[in-house]
Design a protein around this ligand. Structure first.
Ligand code: SF4
Length: 120
């Protein structure tokens, strides 16, 4: 099991909202779902992509991620622009959402894996 902090493999490489040294009181739901998968052994951080962030991963909102990840995210309640009904054209999701999309695109995860983790 990796001892790396989730900031190393989710926030720094993928999240435009991450601020080094800024202590957040909470994590986005996307990051916490990935972290649960790492702790349960479903994902192995060294084997996960470190690059590959691209807007094609979020140009279309994924309805599956919307239902089982974003709907329960505290940042959404705080006003996540990406999941806002009036989404600005340049809105970008958090790093957790991006990495989940990338893992699905690369065949390392399915929406069913995510749904199971969210309902556990
Ligand atoms: S895209 Fe927004 S609502 Fe969805 S998990 Fe990330 S911060 Fe939360």
């Amino acid at each position: 099991m990796s001892k790396r902090d989730f900031k190393d493999y989710i926030c720094r490489p993928f999240c435009k909202f991450f601020r080094e040294g800024h202590k957040e009181e909470m994590a986005c739901r996307g990051a916490s779902v990935i972290e649960h998968m790492v702790q349960s052994g479903l994902l192995n951080p060294p084997a996960m992509p470190q690059t590959g962030k691209s807007s094609h991963l979020w140009d279309q909102r994924d309805p599956g991620l919307e239902v089982c990840v974003c709907r329960h995210c505290e940042f959404r309640a705080e006003g996540c622009d990406f999941q806002s009904p009036n989404r600005p054209p340049d809105a970008e999701p958090c790093g957790g959402y991006i990495l989940l999309s990338l893992l699905m695109e690369q065949g390392m995860l399915t929406l069913s894996n995510i749904e199971e983790m969210c309902s556990a």
